[in-house]
Design a protein around this ligand. Structure first.
Ligand code: NAP
Length: 648
């Protein structure tokens, strides 16, 4: 296999031949804390980690402090030092980075993070992933001769499915990935709507074991993310294990074999049954479109498309278009299409809070791109730096202060965040006070997902062909949407950016447990799982993106799913090491764990706010959200606890 075909290719950089002036210019665009760390790793020169250069990393507000809050003087010194170091590195012939002693790596990490966070070191080492792959299983199926015939099924081939497949391959296990679509990629294959891109910085929204160095943007567009996923699948050698166009419809636990009977249907309609010892679900939770059942929807003669079902035949040019919803998907679609339509009606129920993000659509600066392409491991440290910032994120701003009395906000920090966002809104809509009133949220920031704003959404709403409709939709007729105030909006195309059936985990998969019980019936709309991964009575079944694992204002879903997959490999290892066949979570740990989760959620903006969100299920319980920091989830999933399980 050529080097280009392996995951190591993600780390490849070009030798530096640039002039001193070009290097200096590139450093001018650098993310300095990450560059100092990179150069410290390359040279092991303590001057790069001098106390005066340490980024203070102030807590996040609406905005993120540039350069980790380094003073202008510290930035100037850091730039001069980094430029000199890079020139020296070029003149020395760009030697390959030697594996640093572990204490040196810790020293660099400690330089980057705020003092007093040594408890995060293991987690952070996992994220920088130098020199070894820290999340690798560390065992091989050949260590357990009786397990030679063991088979694992993975359902889904998005980020989590690819992670699971990669780790299973590292452990030498025989596995099959079932993918209902005709290509790998999950939501990043499915969502092709205009404007689709990330709203989490993409260095952080990438896999620890496949760290791409040369992202072109801070918030990449869908094609670049899909290309990345397809590259990872190819380079990790898992493609041949993926069965495309094959949807798993049913899982039945076969107690006699202690294995799952998996029924999958191919695109031609044929069903195929096969037994697998373990099943990992990697189905995501934001991929079963929710299209509201508006009265009269069937009588509408125009076209209706859900954001996640966008396809190349959908055209908007010159059409009268309705955009229903103002969540993350609508927020990207509206600005992208509004200049092409003859009319755009945006139907809003609750306005979103917007996080000022002026560089949201920008390419990375040329100097930054040059550094990523020429300095070994720089991309890894940029990723690490974004990860570190996200570890705490805005969690402290969404915590309820019981002594805080305010009709909207929930704490002094939350109020400060609200005021910062309000000030931007007031500025953006200063010329349209009637719109300002409608786009101002009346719930605490953090209660729903906050959206990235670089001014394009306000600009769209103010365009002459665009109208904001805040009245509730009453019904649809042949050619129009009607609202409860009696108004009608004739349209040719309705775009439902109305979200997903997120509360129904694993929907529409039918899962029958060891006593013949149906998983969805057990949950009865209120899904719970131990660590978000296991459910009692459903042995050898491990979920990714399960109940209460979604992060709202800190961290990324990629991190959680890596934790879930690594935990699963630990659990499988335990079963095999004991010469056993099955593991089932006990009821009491599930109850204890969920009490802990519910308590954490109770004091968060998304639980106390009256506003609707996909974070809550039909009983009003926050069933999606992880209420704590990333360290907690990392710690909980870093060991498999036999005492919380029944094993046989
Ligand atoms: P969403 O956040 O659930 O938003 C759905 C929107 O549709 C909301 O504005 C909702 O109003 C509205 N809606 C739902 N039912 C309605 C009805 N019957 N009548 C009128 N309006 C209705 O869905 P989404 O925008 O697809 O985003 C879902 C999640 O996907 C996001 O939170 C995010 O995690 C992920 N996502 C990520 C990205 C990204 O990273 N770039 C992009 C898109 C999506 P209410 O607010 O009043 O409920």
């Amino acid at each position: 296999m050529s080097e280009d075909e392996t995951l190591a290719a993600f780390d490849r950089v070009q030798p530096i031949v640039a002039s001193d002036a070009e290097i200096e210019a590139a450093v001018g665009d650098a993310d300095l804390p990450a560059l100092l760390a990179t150069l410290a790793l390359l040279t092991q020169d303590p001057a790069l980690l001098a106390e005066e250069l340490k980024p203070p990393s102030p807590s996040m507000t609406a905005r993120i402090a540039p350069q980790g809050g380094m003073s202008p003087q510290a930035q100037a010194k850091a730039r001069a030092l980094a430029t000199r170091t890079l020139i020296g590195y070029r003149d020395a012939g760009c030697p390959a980075a030697a594996a640093p002693p572990p204490e040196w790596l810790d020293r660099i990490v400690q330089f980057l993070i705020r003092s007093g966070h040594d408890d995060l070191l293991d987690l952070l080492r996992h994220e920088i992933n130098v020199p070894d792959d820290q999340g690798a299983p560390g065992w091989h199926v050949s260590d357990f001769p009786h397990a030679a015939d063991l088979k694992v099924a993975v359902i889904g081939s998005g980020f989590a499915g690819i992670t699971a497949a990669h780790r299973l391959k590292q452990a030498g296990l025989d596995f099959t990935v079932f993918e209902k679509n005709d290509e790998i990629g999950g939501v990043w294959w499915e969502n092709t709507y205009p404007g689709c891109r990330l709203d989490t910085p993409n260095f952080a929204y990438s896999l620890s074991f496949a760290q791409k160095q040369d992202w072109t943007q801070q918030f990449s567009q869908q094609p670049e993310i899909l290309r990345y996923l397809l590259d990872v699948a190819r380079r990790s050698g898992i493609r041949s294990h993926v069965r495309l166009n094959t949807e798993v419809e049913q899982l039945e636990f076969d107690a006699t074999r202690s294995a799952w009977k998996v029924t999958a249907r191919a695109a031609d309609g044929t069903a195929h049954v096969e037994h697998f010892n373990f099943v990992i679900t990697a189905m995501g939770l934001l991929n079963r479109p929710h299209v509201p059942d508006f009265p009269g929807i069937d009588s509408f003669q125009g076209e209706i498309v859900h954001s996640a079902a966008w396809h190349e035949r959908v055209t908007v040019e010159g059409k009268r278009v309705a955009l229903i919803g103002t969540g993350a998907s609508a927020f990207q679609i509206g600005p992208e299409i509004h200049s092409q339509v003859s009319q755009l009606h945006v139907f809003q129920r609750n306005p979103p809070w917007m996080l000022p993000t002026p560089n949201y659509h920008d390419d990375l600066k040329p100097g930054m791109q040059w550094l990523l392409n020429h300095v070994p491991y720089y991309g890894r440290w940029v990723r690490f730096w974004q990860f570190w910032i996200g570890v705490e994120g805005r969690l402290h701003l969404v915590e309820v202060d019981p002594d805080w009395k305010h009709e909207v906000s929930i704490s002094a920090g939350n109020e400060a965040l609200r005021q910062e966002c309000l000030a931007t809104l007031q500025q953006q809509f200063a010329d349209r006070p009637e719109l300002l009133e409608h786009v101002t949220p009346h719930y605490p920031p953090g209660a729903k997902r906050m959206l990235r704003d670089n001014g394009t959404w306000p600009e769209m709403l103010k365009a002459k062909q665009v109208g904001l409709v805040t009245q509730e939709i009453s019904h649809l007729t042949q050619d129009a949407i009607h609202t409860k105030d009696g108004k009608s909006y004739p349209v040719d195309l309705i775009i439902c950016a109305t979200g997903f059936k997120a509360a129904d985990f694993l929907y529409p998969l039918k899962v029958t447990g060891r006593s013949g019980q149906d998983l969805h019936a057990c949950w009865d709309g209120d899904c719970r799982a131990y660590l978000g991964i296991s459910v009692p009575g459903f042995p050898n079944l491990f979920m990714t993106s399960g109940p209460n694992t979604g992060v709202v204002v800190n961290g990324s879903a990629i991190f959680s799913s890596e934790c879930q997959v690594e935990y699963t490999l630990r659990a499988i290892r335990h079963v095999l090491s004991q010469g056993l066949k099955a593991v089932d979570c006990r009821e009491e740990p599930l109850v204890r764990y969920n009490a802990y989760i519910d308590k954490g959620n109770e004091s968060k903006a998304w639980a106390v706010a009256k506003t609707s969100s996909w974070y809550k299920n039909k009983s009003g319980r926050a069933a999606q959200t992880w209420p704590f920091g990333m360290l907690e989830y990392w710690s909980l999933t870093s060991t498999f606890k036999p005492e919380d399980h029944v094993l046989w």
